[in-house]
Design a protein around this ligand. Structure first.
Ligand SMILES: *Cc1c(COP(=O)(O)O)cnc(C)c1O
Length: 419
């Protein structure tokens, strides 16, 4: 292709230098522009801070500033004013002393494991835990010589049989992913503490509002901020929180070494979402209970697994420990309904999107075969064998911010058409 004679060339903009003092070539001027906007600007929300490089006033400041205590800024990976503010707000919400942001909920799980476990350690993971977190332990921690043991959270007495001298960490989750059983957290924590085992909870369902894990004596809390804190279904982020300074220091080291930074725009999105978190959570909760109660009356439905509904597994523990419920619950259909008809029911919904994640404004539905999402607990003498509860085919609903009557009408037409 012929060269375009009229295209500007770099030399033309850099030479010749005019005689005027202070003149700068555009490509230099635009990196070192002398204008400083007036101070005194205050906005209702924190500004978005985007940074890889953080600038220092001089070399002495560069050498003396420490990233660990968050009293100053050193590099984008270690935080900005907005990421520090988000961490503080999250910590205060859950009554923690420290919070660390990660690029996703799953990376927050991985950070916690990698920071606190070493070769020869064992960790306990509930059979109904968020499956990718369990997979991280079984597929990757195993390579480091860390053994994962699967326990049934609905049989706390059996857990003690799995705790040995190498057990370092017990993961908790309430309710369990997809199958939604609420365990007796107090009993599980008491057994772990008695054996000197650390406890960490995936507290995503409560959004840090409905359950206060540190009040129950749990050592670490993990959040997928991707869900309610963001609230928009448009950003991924996670957090690990603790009250314990030494645990935080270990997390901080691993966080730095793994390079788990978060982007400034994503921080701004989560901060914006956080402002309306309590109101959104209450709205999702109210709608979900209304939809769940309607589904309970349907002849096609064998069981609605919603922690706030009497009869749901562990409802009494939800009532004791929780102050609210998320908009996420599951339906078990009558077992004479074949799975392809259940899939057709999900396809026939028009207000429910088909997709992963939850906590966003739009309702979602996902059919799951519980056998493929849940692990089998290690057999323990004297306890019932097999998975905790509600086996089989399940549809998980994320109730969004639509009018609940409209969601019910949509469920009704899909049930009529398919089941
Ligand atoms: C979504 C989710 C995670 C993972 O969060 P991501 O940001 O999607 O990686 C972890 N635990 C629970 C309970 C979740 O629902």
């Amino acid at each position: 292709m012929a060269k375009d004679e009229h295209a500007p060339r770099l030399e033309q903009t850099s030479t010749p230098a005019p005689a005027e003092p202070g003149w700068r070539a555009p490509q230099t001027l635009l990196q070192h522009h002398p204008y400083t906007p007036p101070g005194g600007f205050a906005s209702a929300q924190l500004p978005t801070y985007r940074a890889s490089t953080v600038l220092f006033d001089n070399v002495q400041q560069l050498r003396s500033r420490r990233w660990r205590d968050k009293s100053g800024y050193t590099y984008g990976l270690h935080g900005t004013p907005a990421s520090f503010a988000l961490e503080r707000r999250l910590a205060d919400l859950e009554g923690a002393r420290h919070a660390l942001l990660c690029p996703s909920g799953l990376s927050a799980i991985a950070l916690l494991d990698l920071a606190l476990l070493r070769q020869g350690d064992e960790l306990l993971v509930p059979c109904n835990a968020y499956a990718p977190g369990r997979d991280f332990a079984q597929a990757m921690l195993s390579r480091l010589g860390i053994r994962t043991r699967i326990y049934d959270p609905l049989q706390p007495a059996a857990v003690s049989a799995l705790i040995g001298e190498h057990t370092r960490l017990m993961w908790l989750e309430s309710p369990g992913s997809v199958s939604m059983e609420v365990p007796d957290l107090r009993e599980l924590v008491a057994r772990a503490r008695a054996a000197g085992v650390l406890t960490a909870i995936d507290n995503t369902w409560s959004a840090g509002l409905a359950l206060q894990p540190f009040e129950l004596g749990i050592d670490l809390s993990m959040q997928a901020l991707t869900k309610y804190q963001s609230g928009g279904a448009d950003v991924l982020m996670g957090a690990v929180l603790t009250r314990d300074d030494a645990l935080h220091e270990a997390l901080l080291d691993a966080h730095m070494r793994l390079g788990l930074g978060v982007g400034g725009d994503d921080v701004a999105l989560v901060l914006r979402g956080l402002s309306s978190l309590p109101l959104r959570y209450a709205a999702h909760d109210a709608s979900a209970r209304e939809v769940a109660r309607w589904l309970q009356q349907r002849p096609e439905v064998a069981r609605v697994v919603h922690p706030a509904l009497p009869g749901s597994p562990g409802h009494e523990f939800w009532k004791r420990d929780f102050r609210g419920a998320a908009g996420l619950f599951s339906i078990v259909f009558r077992d004479d309904i074949p799975p392809p008809r259940i899939d057709a029911f999900v396809d026939a919904l028009s207000l429910f999107g088909i997709g992963y994640s939850w906590g966003g404004p739009q309702s979602l539905a996902v059919p799951y075969d519980l056998g493929s999402t849940r692990a089998t607990p290690e057999p323990v003498a004297g306890s019932d064998a097999g998975p905790a509860a509600a086996p089989g085919y399940i549809v998980r609903l994320n109730i969004g911010l639509e009018r609940p009557e409209d969601l019910i009408a949509d469920l009704q037409q899909a049930l009529r058409a398919c089941l």
